[in-house]
Design a protein around this ligand. Sequence first.
Ligand SMILES: [Zn+2]
Length: 215
Amino acid sequence: MGANRQKSVDFRGRYTPEAAGAAVSGAEDPVGSRSHNLLLRRRASLMQEPVLVLNATYEPINVTAVRRAMVLMLKGVAQAEELHNSEVHSASHAHRVPSVIRLLAYRHIPQQSRALSRKNILLRDRNTCQFCGGVFPSSELTLDHVVPRSRGGRSSWENLVACCYRCNNGKGDRTPEEAGLKLARRPRPFTLHTSRQLMRLIGHRDERWRKYLFY
Ligand SMILES: [Zn+2]
């Protein structure tokens, strides 16, 4: 009997750490679901991560989001050249997330394929007011006609710049010279060269992009 009791003490002694471990992991269940939510949020932001798009010739042509890149891969339009460390899971598979994809068929990119739009002008000017040099969120920027429309200024790449509301109000219906303002730089069309510069900026975060961008 005495031996049995001793044995059960030993048994309990060995078992206790495991039991405690089980209790701890049980207590962690609410934490577990919180980290699951965090995982879902991370996954949602992962799908928005930038992916470098290369032409069939390995020339960088665009930056897109993981979600769009994976659609192109599933359609057989592009293949992954570099992979992210993360993966996303569908019902049956784990997919490595691409960091760089390449189009399988060559796509001709016209020199000035970018549409003249508010979004693209803010992108060209890097959300920087071209008069005071301040960087603003898109919602706090407007487009300024350098030569006012009332003076015959056109809505073109060369005459539209990103401008904060304060500078825009200060300038009014005047030319920069008349308002005593100076343009940070001469506005140019959004060319492939500009896109490459932007890709370089974004690509600084991802080492896997370097060999395609710095050639
Ligand atoms: Zn400004």
